[in-house]
Design a protein around this ligand. Sequence first.
Ligand code: AP5
Length: 210
Amino acid sequence: MRIVLVGPPASGKGTQANVLTERLGVPKISTGDMLRAALAAKTELGLKAAEAMNSGKLVPDDVVIGLVEERIAQADAQKGFILDGFPRTVPQAESLAATLDKSGTPLDAVVQIDVPRDLLIDRATLRRTDKRTGQIYHLKYNPPPPDADLEHRADDQEETVRARLDQYDAMTAALLPYYEAKGLLVRVDGSGAPKGVTEEILRLLSERKS
Ligand code: AP5
């Protein structure tokens, strides 16, 4: 299965990708996680991406395209993958399609997770991630265990979250119609509990397969 998860900041892409990777037996590829790791390691890539990320803007297409091309060429991604947060622009989507066409392994579906804006601010500002395990928690909805090594993302301050939401609205104006025209887009209501959202995604994916 080759799947893309699209959705506004804090809609649950990472949460769902962590579960789907287990359920479907394919790796999660998150450009946000890869960029944050580069930032933490202070690599050239991380330093290039830092300004855009910390102000809620998109990192330039060529930077993320290179990152994903390299990652999907790795052995574990040959049987499929769940892309979390990529593509976000039409040039990124076109570049991904060209890469997958070359290997004759097109995308199976693009899952759009919809959540109302007022819920997203609350989800983002109270999100905490365990640095050691990558597990995603929420101080209200999914509290972390006492021994978790918690991190509060620099871009999860309310003002930056609002900038990211605006950026998402601007970007999807072109990206979602692109995938809709290709017949790849499926929509899921992401406002319910995480387990229900996972089951709905799996149901829609199996419906497409049959
Ligand atoms: P990225 O890390 O991809 O951020 P994002 O898209 O803004 O998404 P988030 O990680 O904020 O949220 P999520 O949807 O994964 O939600 P989560 O599961 O954590 O990107 C960060 C930055 O990197 C970008 O701003 C950009 O600068 C750069 N970047 C990345 N990719 C790029 C690209 N392709 N091109 C250019 N730039 C790029 O859940 C959020 C919270 O809600 C958690 O606390 C969770 O516990 C909780 N939660 C989840 N689901 C539920 C539920 N159903 N009910 C209740 N709570 C829930």
